[in-house]
Ligand binder design. Sequence first.
Ligand code: DX5
Ligand code: ZN
Length: 214
Amino acid sequence: MLVSPSLLSADFANLSADLEMINTSEADWLHLDVMDGVFVPNISFGFPVMKYVQELCDKPLDVHLMIVEPQKFVTQVRDTGAMLMNVHYEACTHLNRVIQQIHDAGMQAGVTLNPATPVDMLQDIVADVDLVLLMSVNPGFGGQRFIPNTLNKVRRLRDLISETGSHALIEVDGGVNADTGATLAEAGADVLVAGNYVFHAADPHAAIATLKRL
Ligand code: DX5
Ligand code: ZN
């Protein structure tokens, strides 16, 4: 399993210590949640913080934009050193164009679905993306409860990926812990995002290692 801890649950008064924990852990990526207070009912952090994270973090950055009009920020996201730029299906009128712009900027492209958006909406784009991020909570906050229907969506997406010859990875975000992570692994997830489960653990390295072994 690939593991992408979400920085949203880190200690922002001492980010360098949490980034050192990530650097010395088995985490594959670091997940960065950008919120604008419009697409989701919360605001998190933006480019100045991401630039600082890039300087201190050795892991590839997995950027999850919970913002309207993400196409306006492709170059700025690239300039923060992002490996992967995730945009929400629900935020993009011209999703095919946005995916092209992300690729043209030299990043991998991910498309994210809210819990109520059917996986079948990706029929005509899944072959063009590198990753699909399924939200297993309504986006905007860490520490929410996992929505069990996500397991059906992972299975349906796994079928859609093979039917379309897509190489996309399946990433899941929200309410992930050792128990929900095990069910997601069985359903066919490739990447798990975890905020609270990692950063609020007594031993964050061990929490990451537990997810890694699923
Ligand atoms: C929620 C964010 C998540 C969040 C997950 O909108 O997209 O990445 O940090 O937090 P947990 O793992 O605590 O549910
Ligand atoms: Zn996220």
